[in-house]
Design a protein. Sequence first.
Length: 718
Amino acid sequence: MTDKTLIDFMNEADADLSLAERRLIVNQALLMIEQNYVHLPLKVTAHGVSPLHRLRAVQARLSRVTDNTMGPERDFHAELLEIFHSLRDLHTNYLLPRPFADVTAYLPFLIEEADGRFVVTALPDWYRPPKSATGFEPGVMVTHWNDIPIRRAVELNAARYAGSNSAARFARGLDSLTVRPLIKHLPPYEEHVTLRYVTPGGQEDTITEDWRVAVNPRLPDADEANEVAVAAALDLHAELLGRVKEALFAPAERAADEIEVRPEFAKVFRARKVSTASGEFGHLRVWTFHVENAARFVNEVIRLIGLLPQNGLIVDVRGNGGGLAPAAEGMLQLLTPNRIEPQPTQFLNSPLNLRLVAKHGGKTKGLIDLQPWYASMEQSAETGDVFSASFPITSAAFANAVGQRYHGPVVLVVDARCYSATDLFAAGFQDHAIGKVLGTDPVTGAGGANVWTHQLLTTLHDHEDAGGASPYRSLPAGTGMRVAVRRSLRVGPSAGTPVEELGVRADVTHKLTRRDVLSGNVDLLEAAGALLKAEPVRRLELLSAAAVDDALVVRLAVQGFDQLDAYADGRPWASQAVAGQEVTVRLAGALGARRLRFEGYRVEGAARKLVAHLQLSAEAAVSGDEPHRNAFDFDESGAVEVPDLIGLGQNQAFGFLAGLGLRGRTVFTPSSEEFGGTVVTQDPAGGMLIDPPGPVVLGIGAPPVVFKPPEPATPLPE
């Protein structure tokens, strides 16, 4: 990485915010926090803070000074950062101007906690410690930071960070001890750092290193008004931290045991087989959900997990700061037979939020679709509700388009640095009972929101706004802001519980050991392997499919269940008991089917429990396409194939549509008595693609009305 010392960087950095620009920044911060910030009621109560009063106080002070009497720019930035940090929300940030926003300050070593002590775990390949620093290498134990005991130094640094809970703040305090993206934090006051350390042999020594700065890697544009930016759920600090760490400290070559990842996702995934005392399992590290296409992300997961051992999978999302919510929620379906319910989200009810939603789906089409939230927000003036009604960002159709692709047991590994879309993923994993959550901290980072930039808000409010009526103004000098605009709520057993502040509690905890941080997480993987070994292994895999006479004959490999149900185009077609490890299903009359679905049930007395699920294209099955590669072939634009509903009852048809995230609308069509109450026409026809939510117009057969003349009136008795 191209870099320079912090001293040289600061000598070249300009401070040129005018008084008018400072006033504009404060005014916009006040507007955004008051009108858009969905967690404001929660944060004021939980942390006893008053960001609006503090911003108004800064406003008042700026009204009394001139360009000549205003204070130093660093002090202005420091106060704004302190106000935003007081919210304890890593989504809601004040972002420093250039050149600070473009760089990260770092020291040429990483420090991690293991067995309650602090250990140097990595050095850049190019770095050579001073000769005076005896034995300074990965494995030395750090005892002091600038003469402050190291744990206390981490705690003091953690107090400057905005994690929602103590574990999250401590994790970020430790992370940023040696790597600090300056987009969210002022440069260190100290120009260099002195460590006291002890070598594994017990020798004590010191090392002094200057802070350096490196140019940040490029991130996708979060200011453009598109569906990717609108669906963002990202801790910007964690994303930059991860990318800078990867550039500084990651090995240059892929390890021999790793499966090759497609170039587009080389910095997103690491997939490999790991051997433990409990057996050999798959290990999928997901570094980030910050991708530009959720469908391609899901397809790559399908490919990778198909190449890993099928008897157990460790999904490791430690340090993942989130990204694209549909990518995170779209991955869940691959790991469970259960239908995924995406997390619903809510806006804060405010005049400006209502205006925004009305402009984008409520009253006019706009740039994005916010129509579902409009009605409840319009009613809030009468109802007094603080939040809008809740609707998901990820469509139910996309979250269930592919279905289960991994049938073995799964363990999820998390830590306190998991945030935003990763919190959504961890909550969904737990709420859908996919498997055990193993934490190196007791709880995740607790970031439950969809985050928008101030510039995105400006663009959305300015859309077709005649006369500049929008109160939003573009920020000067490259400064920026981000805000949690829609809060997420959990589903299933925890339905309605906010993720913010609470996070996801681990089912089992494992404190990292020295062997973990220095030798590839060996003890952590042993703990995960033991959890996997205790769970049953299931299998539901396509072996072959062929057309025989008028039937589709399908051979499946099976394990871990007693009964198999088969569906063609959503309709029940066959059900049979399972014996052995292979089953043949004959689907008579199903040659024209487009979609096949198989469900494996464990029979427990009189009850059945769904434990395995497989859905795929009938054409792909017969042609022999690789079943682990995008077998469902869902359209990457998010469009959904409309099922053939002709002949179904009205309620059954509506149920199928709802399962795909589509809405149905009925019209009544005269038909014979035989077809009364069933679907006799549909638009679009079965097999056509449609963008959710539709609608699909269903013609419901209405029996012909037969006119019967009235019976003659019985004359009254005289």
